[in-house]
Design a protein around this ligand. Structure first.
Ligand SMILES: C[S@@+](CC[C@H](N)C(=O)[O-])C[C@H]1O[C@@H](n2cnc3c(N)ncnc32)[C@H](O)[C@@H]1O
Length: 326
């Protein structure tokens, strides 16, 4: 870990592998959408349908993740009556902006941040696909929309190319796109913090807590990583040059909560994905469990024990954010 931060060549290789995880996530989502787990008419523009079959365990896991994050996110939008902003950290090819617009649930402004090379790809795709660019134009008002290779800034949606480990630059870029520190703010990170060292992710969580008076953070990522199954997950990624340098915060639900409570947040909750799955509406579970045959549930259970949702709040405006639960 120490040597990777000293040797720029090693950092470059592992950053490249981290950027590659963006494609893994969108391929799995595209596959699950195609089987019918949930609807997303936008993901097909970002990624081709994979040729090989994905295991049903993977798709069910993604279903629980998308529904769990969506549930917490909608609770925040409800508490703030959409008078808020969302900052999606390490957003990759996420399609949430378009889905919220379709549901008439857009916040005042929706920001995405990812490495510049990922952002360049995303902007290129948006520019060349009218089903993606039209909703951005429709929600835009005022002066002309700013768009270049590394950023897009419209009145309701901004995409920023930045490294989450460089906080002064991140802050400068967000402010250039009219981020408002006084507005209730939801930050989301799905499988992102684990790719940053403990020091970097701690600084990020503290920076958010210092910046926003009223905020919620939704973090989805690995947990219970100290056991044998966790070890195998680490080794699998390491074999692709992708090291989980932030794994020490993913030891347990308690370590996931502690990183918030020790860094300026008032409340923190965490649930593994077994709990999240069980909290989903029974009719939804029944529907998705008929989509694909799952021989035995043990692997699904193990996988879901190794991912979690953690959400933290600070609420100077007394909006009742601490009441948000699964
Ligand atoms: C596993 S992907 C998840 C993408 C998206 N959140 C999703 O769930 O579909 C992780 C993303 O985090 C981004 N990321 C990781 N570390 C980052 C950093 N230091 N700065 C900016 N982006 C980062 C990667 O480029 C990648 O797009």
């Amino acid at each position: 870990m120490a040597s990777s931060s000293r040797d720029p060549r090693i950092t470059d290789i592992s950053d490249e592998a981290v950027r590659g995880t963006c494609d893994d996530a969108s391929l799995c989502k595209r596959y699950a959408v195609n089987v019918g787990y949930w609807q997303d008419p936008y993901i097909e523009h970002f990624v081709r349908l994979p040729k090989e079959r994905k295991a049903p365990e993977i798709s069910r896991g993604y279903y629980a993740r998308v529904q769990g994050v969506g549930h917490l996110l909608k609770a925040f939008l409800h508490k703030t009556q959409c008078n808020c902003q969302i900052i999606n950290l390490g957003a990759g090819m996420d399609t949430l902006f378009w889905k919220l617009k379709d549901e008439n649930l857009l916040p005042r402004k929706y920001f995405e941040v990812d490495f510049p090379s990922i952002v360049t790809r995303k902007i290129h795709t948006i520019k060349s696909k009218p089903p993606l660019s039209k909703p951005i134009m429709e929600s835009h008002s005022g002066e002309s929309l700013l768009i270049d290779a590394h950023s897009l800034d419209s009145s309701r949606y901004s995409i920023i190319g930045a490294d989450l480990r460089d906080l002064p630059k991140l802050e400068e870029n967000l402010k250039k796109c009219d981020m408002d520190p006084c507005l209730p703010t939801l930050l989301m990170a799905e499988c992102v913090l684990i790719y940053m060292t403990h020091e970097h992710s701690t600084c990020l969580l503290k920076w958010v807590a210092d910046m926003f008076r009223t905020a919620m953070f939704i973090n989805y990522e690995q947990v219970n990583m100290a056991d044998r199954f966790g070890q195998i997950m680490i080794e699998n990624l390491q074999s692709r040059q992708c090291s989980l340098v932030g794994v020490e915060d993913c030891r347990s639900l308690d370590t996931q909560k502690a990183r918030f409570l020790l860094n300026g947040w008032e409340t923190a909750n965490a649930a593994d994905m077994v709990q999240v799955y069980r909290s989903l509406p029974p009719d939804d579970i029944k529907r998705i469990e008929t989509l694909e045959f799952l021989d035995e549930k043990e692997l699904l259970e193990q996988l879901m024990q190794h991912y979690c949702l953690c959400w933290a709040t600070k609420d100077s405006s007394h909006l009742g954010l601490a009441e948000i639960s699964l």
